[in-house]
Write a protein that binds this ligand. Structure first.
Ligand code: SF4
Ligand code: MG
Length: 316
């Protein structure tokens, strides 16, 4: 359904300047090398679709995917296959994506052998190293997925993604299915791996607490549009968009200053028929007549802090 909205993913943009450019009904997302971006929104807001578009699992109906400045539509098939390997996706439920009849050894070691990255004879040793990287005992490599806990399976999913030496990991609700204590361990593993392997993450989550823990920058989506994008500390200290403020209010565990906070009221409208003007207007306590007819565009309200709300037009 969200195909109707053109999504543009500009991965690893060259400059560290304005990271979000917004045209009518377009989303432009630039991810800089080494950065961790948290992409947040309620279910159905398009964040998973955007993540899948970024790694090429979902085709763009219009728009461009750039990888290090190169349009991925213009490169040869062989080059694209190479570049695809550099972008891996990690899913919410690794169990569903781990073949129950395969041993961990083969689940993790299959792709690097298939792509000729390592000779078959080296698979065992290679998998052992990967399992160590994600803090799993290499002696467990001959076991099957059902013999592991949820947290261990999450680590196996990460090891499998790392096996092809990716540069960008798109993690879609990667810790959502785990207990809170296990969540923290896996999030810390993500941070450790970023530093060790120079990884870049697009971290998709409905959970602001998760995103705050791992992200350099937070991007908030609502019904297929980016409504706010900001360095993480700035976002939590000075949230601007009424939708962001409402999201923060509905996350009571976050220790943020509760000034003028209110809960998001009403149902999320269908992404198929989003409201006119500002998509958020039916739920916004500050909605003005203008909001019903005119789409607010992202505007830089502080350094690297962008928000799309008409209320900012009164601010000098
Ligand atoms: Fe609310 Fe209007 Fe701002 Fe949309 S543009 S968030 S409706 S005040
Ligand atoms: Mg989703």
């Amino acid at each position: 359904p969200l195909d109707a909205v053109a999504k543009v993913a500009n991965l690893f943009g060259a400059k560290k300047a304005a990271e979000v450019v917004h045209a009518v009904d377009q989303v432009s997302l630039t991810i800089h090398s080494g950065e961790v971006i948290g992409l947040v929104g309620e279910s159905g807001c398009g964040k998973s679709t955007l993540g899948r578009m970024a790694v090429g699992l979902h085709t763009l109906s219009s728009g461009t995917r750039l990888w290090k400045g190169t349009d991925l539509a213009t490169v040869s098939v062989a080059q694209r296959r190479q570049q695809q390997l550099a972008m891996q996706m990690i899913f919410q439920d690794p169990y569903a994506s781990l073949n129950p009849r395969m041993r961990i050894q083969d689940i993790v070691g299959e792709a690097p052998v298939a792509h000729g990255m390592i000779p078959p004879a080296q698979q065992k040793e290679y998998v052992a190293q990967l399992l160590q990287k994600v803090n799993l005992d290499p002696a467990l490599a001959r076991r099957f997925p059902h013999q592991f806990s949820g947290g261990q399976r999450a680590r196996i999913g990460i090891a499998r993604a790392l096996a092809v030496n990716p540069e960008l990991l798109v993690c879609d609700e990667a810790v959502a299915a785990l207990d809170v204590s296990i969540q923290a361990q896996v999030l810390n593993l993500f941070i450790k791996l970023r530093d060790e392997l120079n990884l870049t993450y697009l971290f998709i989550s409905h959970d602001l607490g998760v995103v705050r823990h791992v992200s350099d920058r937070v991007v908030i989506m609502y019904l297929g549009r980016i409504v706010e994008s900001s360095p993480t500390a700035e976002l939590f200290a000075r949230p601007n968009h009424p939708y962001t403020i409402a999201l923060l209010a509905s996350a009571p565990k976050l220790e943020v200053k509760k000034i003028d906070f209110y809960a998001v009221k009403g149902e999320i409208p269908s992404p198929l028929h989003p409201p006119s003007g500002c998509h958020f207007h039916p739920r916004c306590p500050h909605a003005m007549p203008r909001c019903i007819v005119e789409q607010p565009l992202l505007k830089e309200i502080a350094p690297s802090h962008f928000s799309a709300c008409h209320l900012n037009d009164n601010v000098a």
